[in-house]
Ligand binder design. Structure first.
Ligand code: FAD
Length: 395
């Protein structure tokens, strides 16, 4: 019988792994991918939908390339439970799927219970995170549009590590870009639990001073403790309470729920992996990718990284199924572009090599770096990055 790889999640990590197991195995290994969403919706560029310069259609890609061109069997459902001993997954619809190798790339789940009142505020719609692109992205856009001129929009950022280090600051740029045109008397408060901007601090702060002075105010060391949805207030460990018209609260995050049994690292939040193969450190034949993994030092939780994890894992899986040694020392890279308005962009890039003595990835000395200043040229790179990576996952 043909070997079967079961992939849980059709996002940046999962779709890439599914496509590359088919390619690397010359279509000889069966790949079943379980993903509940009807199409792929990208978090990268979703901040532009919040800001209003892009639409949902611009960040949505069908799964038909994966199924038609590569013969990936897509099951539109959710994996409800996994029996790691018998190597079977049970779907929400009750069906079971047996696997030889399992790939888990379920992204993140949220820990709203860490902040008093936050879960209730999400349920009532008083607070929105929009940290998984989809209906929430549009809901936040609508709240921004409905906000009065002279009103206040708050973005609250949790302590790192969280999905996409520059993401909250890019969102701040997009919200401010919209307010500057549509509601010039409104204010944007960026309240960060971290001691400073987590990614590209000098570039973001300069972009804010140059473009959004008087609109955007950044405050560090704001660790959120309580949300009152009815009063629309946020309380912090040491600072004064803040009242706002729109509460865009990003919660503390952890590995996707289905990966919980493997999330034994950092207070049971993230999954440890062997970085040569992305095989779980606690379960054989289970490979965990993307945001759910305990990130190596300097390695962000990004779509670009998840795509790279997918290729390393696919190469390892196809090697293992053929009885070959997996590649011994993978080298991977990352680029995160951030839009400071609708077309000017800054980036951070890095190259990561497997370092055997410490069994982890480390940044290659002298690799990567950041932009000198925002530019439209980098804006065109950023749109092309998105088109290219979506092709590399889904075409
Ligand atoms: P995801 O891409 O989220 O995929 C997880 C998939 O698993 C989902 O489709 C989900 O439906 C599915 N799933 C979950 N549980 C189950 C289950 N039990 N059964 C079946 N399916 C399941 N990264 C960049 O590189 N560049 C950027 O510019 C960038 N910008 C960002 C902006 C924002 C606003 C945000 C929020 C993120 C951004 N990111 C960016 C980060 C990027 O989106 C994530 O790092 C990336 O999506 C991680 O890939 P993943 O495969 O781990 O998870």
């Amino acid at each position: 019988a043909k070997a079967r790889v079961l992939v849980v999640g059709g996002g940046y990590g999962g779709a890439t792994a599914a496509r590359y197991v088919r390619i690397f195995s010359d279509h000889k290994v069966d790949v079943v991918m379980v993903e509940p969403n009807a199409a792929f919706v990208s978090c990268p560029l979703s901040n532009l939908v919040v800001g209003g310069s892009k639409q949902m259609a611009d960040i949505t890609v069908p799964y038909s390339g994966l199924t038609r061109a590569h013969g990936v069997q897509w099951v539109q459902d959710t994996v409800a439970a996994i029996d790691f001993d018998t190597k079977t997954a049970r779907l929400a619809n009750g069906a079971t799927i047996a696997y030889d190798k399992l790939v888990l790339s379920p992204g993140i789940d949220f820990m709203p219970d860490r902040v008093e009142g936050l879960a209730a505020a999400y349920t009532s719609g008083a607070a929105i995170h929009a940290w998984k692109a989809g209906p929430d992205t549009l809901a936040l856009r609508r709240q921004l549009e409905a906000m009065p001129d002279g009103g206040t929009f708050v973005i609250a950022i949790p302590e790192a590590p969280y999905r996409c280090p520059p993401g909250p600051y890019e969102r701040a740029c997009q919200v401010a870009w919209y307010l500057k045109r549509a509601k010039p008397r409104a204010k944007l408060l960026v309240l960060d639990a971290n001691p400073d901007v987590t990614s590209k601090p000098a570039l973001f702060k300069k972009a804010w001073a140059d473009n959004y002075a008087g609109i955007l105010e950044y405050r560090a060391n704001h660790k959120l403790t309580r949300v009152d949805g009815a009063k629309r207030t946020l309380a912090f460990e040491v600072h004064d309470e803040v009242r706002a018209d729109v509460l865009n609260v990003l919660p503390p995050m952890r590995a996707g729920a289905i990966a919980t049994p493997l999330a034994t690292m950092a207070g049971n939040r993230w999954c440890g992996v062997d970085f040569r193969t992305f095989e779980s450190t606690v379960r054989k034949d289970v490979h965990v990718l993307g945001d759910s993994t305990l990130s190596a030092s300097g390695m962000p939780k990004s779509g670009h990284m998840a795509n790279q994890h997918g290729k390393v894992a696919a190469a390892a899986i196809v090697s293992q199924l053929n009885g070959w040694e997996p590649p011994a020392a993978p080298v991977i890279n990352n680029t995160c572009y951030s839009f400071v308005d609708d077309r000017n962009v800054i980036h951070v890039a890095s190259v990561h090599e497997y370092f055997a003595p410490e069994k982890t990835f480390r940044i290659v000395a002298g690799s990567g770096g950041v932009s000198t200043a925002p530019s439209e040229t980098e804006g065109s790179y950023a749109f092309n990055w998105a088109r290219n990576i979506w092709s590399d996952m889904l075409a």
